[in-house]
Design a protein. Structure first.
Length: 206
Protein backbone atom coordinates (compact mmCIF):
# COMPACT_ATOMS: atom_id res chain seq x y z
CA UNK A 1 0.00 0.00 0.00
CA UNK A 2 1.63 3.22 -1.26
CA UNK A 3 0.62 5.73 1.44
CA UNK A 4 0.21 3.32 4.37
CA UNK A 5 1.21 4.83 7.71
CA UNK A 6 0.95 8.43 6.49
CA UNK A 7 -1.27 10.75 8.54
CA UNK A 8 -3.69 12.93 6.56
CA UNK A 9 -2.96 16.64 7.18
CA UNK A 10 -6.64 17.63 6.94
CA UNK A 11 -8.41 15.03 9.08
CA UNK A 12 -5.53 13.57 11.12
CA UNK A 13 -6.43 9.98 10.15
CA UNK A 14 -3.81 7.37 9.29
CA UNK A 15 -3.89 5.97 5.74
CA UNK A 16 -4.35 2.21 6.07
CA UNK A 17 -6.35 -0.78 4.81
CA UNK A 18 -10.13 -0.38 4.56
CA UNK A 19 -10.78 -3.46 6.73
CA UNK A 20 -9.73 -1.56 9.86
CA UNK A 21 -12.88 0.56 9.46
CA UNK A 22 -14.75 -2.33 11.03
CA UNK A 23 -12.52 -3.17 13.98
CA UNK A 24 -10.39 -0.14 14.92
CA UNK A 25 -11.79 1.98 17.74
CA UNK A 26 -11.21 5.70 17.93
CA UNK A 27 -11.45 8.16 20.81
CA UNK A 28 -12.16 11.80 21.61
CA UNK A 29 -9.95 13.45 24.23
CA UNK A 30 -12.31 15.56 26.31
CA UNK A 31 -11.45 19.15 27.18
CA UNK A 32 -12.95 18.59 30.65
CA UNK A 33 -13.73 15.38 32.57
CA UNK A 34 -17.33 14.14 32.68
CA UNK A 35 -19.16 11.63 34.84
CA UNK A 36 -20.33 8.39 33.25
CA UNK A 37 -24.14 8.51 33.47
CA UNK A 38 -24.42 4.78 34.30
CA UNK A 39 -22.27 5.13 37.41
CA UNK A 40 -23.92 8.38 38.42
CA UNK A 41 -27.67 7.77 37.95
CA UNK A 42 -28.18 4.00 37.95
CA UNK A 43 -29.67 2.78 41.21
CA UNK A 44 -27.85 2.37 43.46
CA UNK A 45 -25.47 5.06 42.20
CA UNK A 46 -21.94 3.61 42.28
CA UNK A 47 -20.27 7.00 42.71
CA UNK A 48 -22.70 8.23 45.38
CA UNK A 49 -22.45 4.94 47.31
CA UNK A 50 -18.66 4.92 47.22
CA UNK A 51 -18.42 8.54 48.40
CA UNK A 52 -21.28 8.15 50.92
CA UNK A 53 -23.27 10.92 49.23
CA UNK A 54 -26.86 11.33 48.12
CA UNK A 55 -27.48 11.41 44.35
CA UNK A 56 -28.94 14.90 44.82
CA UNK A 57 -25.70 16.23 46.33
CA UNK A 58 -23.63 14.39 43.72
CA UNK A 59 -25.62 16.09 40.95
CA UNK A 60 -25.13 19.50 42.59
CA UNK A 61 -21.35 19.06 42.38
CA UNK A 62 -21.31 17.53 38.89
CA UNK A 63 -23.62 20.20 37.47
CA UNK A 64 -21.51 23.04 38.94
CA UNK A 65 -24.14 24.15 41.46
CA UNK A 66 -22.15 23.57 44.66
CA UNK A 67 -18.62 22.75 45.84
CA UNK A 68 -17.37 19.63 47.62
CA UNK A 69 -14.68 19.83 50.30
CA UNK A 70 -11.69 17.75 49.15
CA UNK A 71 -9.38 18.65 52.05
CA UNK A 72 -10.76 20.65 55.05
CA UNK A 73 -7.28 21.85 56.05
CA UNK A 74 -7.39 24.55 58.77
CA UNK A 75 -11.16 25.06 58.63
CA UNK A 76 -14.01 23.48 60.60
CA UNK A 77 -15.33 21.89 57.40
CA UNK A 78 -15.52 18.12 56.91
CA UNK A 79 -14.13 16.15 53.98
CA UNK A 80 -16.93 15.50 51.47
CA UNK A 81 -19.09 18.33 52.83
CA UNK A 82 -21.17 20.21 50.25
CA UNK A 83 -20.95 24.02 50.35
CA UNK A 84 -22.40 26.84 48.26
CA UNK A 85 -20.34 29.34 46.27
CA UNK A 86 -21.04 32.02 48.91
CA UNK A 87 -19.79 29.70 51.67
CA UNK A 88 -16.72 28.88 49.59
CA UNK A 89 -15.88 32.58 49.23
CA UNK A 90 -16.58 33.24 52.94
CA UNK A 91 -14.22 30.44 54.03
CA UNK A 92 -11.52 31.72 51.67
CA UNK A 93 -11.88 35.22 53.14
CA UNK A 94 -11.89 33.92 56.71
CA UNK A 95 -9.11 31.30 56.53
CA UNK A 96 -7.17 32.21 53.37
CA UNK A 97 -7.20 30.73 49.88
CA UNK A 98 -4.68 27.97 50.65
CA UNK A 99 -6.17 26.95 53.99
CA UNK A 100 -8.50 24.31 52.49
CA UNK A 101 -9.34 22.62 49.20
CA UNK A 102 -12.81 22.54 47.68
CA UNK A 103 -13.68 21.86 44.06
CA UNK A 104 -16.62 21.68 41.67
CA UNK A 105 -17.66 19.60 38.65
CA UNK A 106 -16.55 16.14 37.55
CA UNK A 107 -12.92 17.00 38.31
CA UNK A 108 -13.86 17.44 41.98
CA UNK A 109 -15.53 14.02 42.10
CA UNK A 110 -12.52 12.52 40.32
CA UNK A 111 -10.25 13.92 43.06
CA UNK A 112 -12.49 12.45 45.76
CA UNK A 113 -12.45 9.04 44.06
CA UNK A 114 -8.66 9.15 43.64
CA UNK A 115 -8.25 9.83 47.37
CA UNK A 116 -10.16 6.71 48.42
CA UNK A 117 -8.08 4.14 50.31
CA UNK A 118 -10.04 0.91 49.96
CA UNK A 119 -8.17 -0.96 52.69
CA UNK A 120 -8.69 1.79 55.29
CA UNK A 121 -12.35 2.34 54.34
CA UNK A 122 -13.05 -1.39 54.32
CA UNK A 123 -11.74 -1.93 57.85
CA UNK A 124 -13.54 1.18 59.12
CA UNK A 125 -16.86 0.10 57.59
CA UNK A 126 -16.51 -3.40 59.04
CA UNK A 127 -16.06 -1.83 62.48
CA UNK A 128 -19.05 0.50 61.99
CA UNK A 129 -21.18 -2.47 60.92
CA UNK A 130 -20.54 -4.28 64.22
CA UNK A 131 -21.17 -1.16 66.31
CA UNK A 132 -24.33 0.26 64.72
CA UNK A 133 -27.80 -0.87 65.81
CA UNK A 134 -29.75 0.88 63.06
CA UNK A 135 -30.96 -1.55 60.39
CA UNK A 136 -31.07 1.26 57.81
CA UNK A 137 -27.46 2.17 58.51
CA UNK A 138 -26.44 -1.51 58.41
CA UNK A 139 -27.98 -1.84 54.93
CA UNK A 140 -26.19 1.30 53.75
CA UNK A 141 -22.82 0.14 55.12
CA UNK A 142 -23.26 -3.34 53.64
CA UNK A 143 -23.82 -1.84 50.17
CA UNK A 144 -20.61 0.18 50.46
CA UNK A 145 -18.65 -2.85 51.68
CA UNK A 146 -19.86 -5.00 48.76
CA UNK A 147 -18.99 -2.25 46.27
CA UNK A 148 -15.50 -1.87 47.74
CA UNK A 149 -15.01 -5.66 47.60
CA UNK A 150 -16.00 -5.61 43.91
CA UNK A 151 -13.49 -2.86 43.16
CA UNK A 152 -10.72 -4.68 45.03
CA UNK A 153 -11.39 -8.04 43.32
CA UNK A 154 -11.70 -6.51 39.83
CA UNK A 155 -8.66 -4.22 40.33
CA UNK A 156 -10.60 -1.37 38.75
CA UNK A 157 -9.89 2.16 39.93
CA UNK A 158 -12.87 4.24 41.16
CA UNK A 159 -11.70 7.35 39.27
CA UNK A 160 -12.31 5.46 36.01
CA UNK A 161 -16.01 6.22 36.52
CA UNK A 162 -15.09 9.76 35.45
CA UNK A 163 -14.29 9.97 31.73
CA UNK A 164 -11.45 11.98 30.23
CA UNK A 165 -11.52 10.08 26.94
CA UNK A 166 -14.68 9.10 25.03
CA UNK A 167 -14.46 5.84 23.02
CA UNK A 168 -15.65 6.02 19.39
CA UNK A 169 -16.90 2.84 17.72
CA UNK A 170 -15.49 1.87 14.27
CA UNK A 171 -16.99 3.78 11.29
CA UNK A 172 -18.44 0.74 9.52
CA UNK A 173 -20.61 0.06 12.57
CA UNK A 174 -22.22 3.51 12.15
CA UNK A 175 -22.30 3.84 8.33
CA UNK A 176 -23.58 6.59 6.04
CA UNK A 177 -26.09 5.01 3.62
CA UNK A 178 -26.70 6.94 0.34
CA UNK A 179 -30.36 7.55 -0.55
CA UNK A 180 -32.09 8.83 -3.67
CA UNK A 181 -31.70 12.52 -4.40
CA UNK A 182 -28.20 12.80 -2.97
CA UNK A 183 -29.34 12.40 0.64
CA UNK A 184 -27.82 10.13 3.28
CA UNK A 185 -29.21 8.02 6.12
CA UNK A 186 -26.90 7.82 9.10
CA UNK A 187 -26.72 6.32 12.57
CA UNK A 188 -27.82 8.55 15.47
CA UNK A 189 -24.37 7.92 16.94
CA UNK A 190 -22.73 10.01 14.21
CA UNK A 191 -24.85 13.00 15.18
CA UNK A 192 -24.03 12.47 18.87
CA UNK A 193 -20.30 12.27 18.12
CA UNK A 194 -20.57 15.43 16.00
CA UNK A 195 -22.23 17.31 18.86
CA UNK A 196 -19.60 16.09 21.33
CA UNK A 197 -16.77 17.19 19.00
CA UNK A 198 -18.32 20.63 18.41
CA UNK A 199 -18.93 21.28 22.11
CA UNK A 200 -15.52 19.89 23.03
CA UNK A 201 -13.84 22.26 20.56
CA UNK A 202 -15.82 25.20 21.97
CA UNK A 203 -14.64 24.28 25.48
CA UNK A 204 -11.03 24.16 24.30
CA UNK A 205 -11.35 27.69 22.91
CA UNK A 206 -12.66 29.13 26.20
Amino acid sequence: MKFRGIICEKCGVEVTLSKVRRDRMGHIELAAPVSHIWFMKSLPSRIATLLDMTIKNLEKVLYFEQFIVVEPGLTDLKKGEIISEDQYIDYQDQYGEDSFSAAIGAEAIEQMLQNIDFEVDYEQLKLELTETKSELKKTKITKRIKLIENFISSKNKPEWMILRVLPVIPPELRPLVPLDGGRFATSDLNDLYRRVINRNNRLKRL
